[in-house]
Write a protein that binds this ligand. Structure first.
Ligand SMILES: [Zn+2]
Length: 138
């Protein structure tokens, strides 16, 4: 495969002026390397799903620890009204959920029962091809 800009050895693909091209190491700088564009973090399904009983768990754990909602909210740097909503069933974002886990000694995230529902179709891209080309050229 040849670089579509200078004709040299193409080692990767890059989007240059909106067009994906095979490019060499020198020309890749003219555009955005596709490898960088398309690398996506694998969805952390197990990490981002929350136990559906989270509101009850938080309330219960807070009762156990014996900390007032206001105090807990301060500790977590979360608005008390937000914490109240979470305790009433609003799903906390992952950062807040992690804080709650730490503060209350409970496990909220990593619930796997609904992982199947949230599973995303794998994004088939040419990354593997790019990696193989790079290996071969080295
Ligand atoms: Zn080139």
């Amino acid at each position: 495969m040849h670089c579509e800009i200078c004709g040299g050895k193409a080692v990767t693909k890059a989007v240059i002026e909106g067009v994906p091209l095979d490019v060499c190491a020198n020309c890749v700088g003219h555009g955005t390397e596709i490898k960088q564009l398309q690398i996506r973090q694998a969805p952390e399904i197990s990490e981002s799903t929350i136990n559906p009983d989270f509101s009850a768990m938080i309330k219960q754990a807070r009762g156990k620890v014996g900390i007032e909602r206001k105090m807990l909210a301060e500790k977590l740097a979360v608005k008390e009204s937000i914490l109240a909503r979470i305790e009433n069933g609003m799903r906390p974002d992952n950062v807040t959920a992690r804080k709650l886990e730490k503060a209350l000694g409970i496990k909220l995230l990593g619930f796997s029962a609904d992982a199947v529902v949230q599973k995303q179709a794998p994004n088939e891209i040419t990354l593997g091809d790019v990696a193989i080309i790079k290996k071969k050229r080295k």
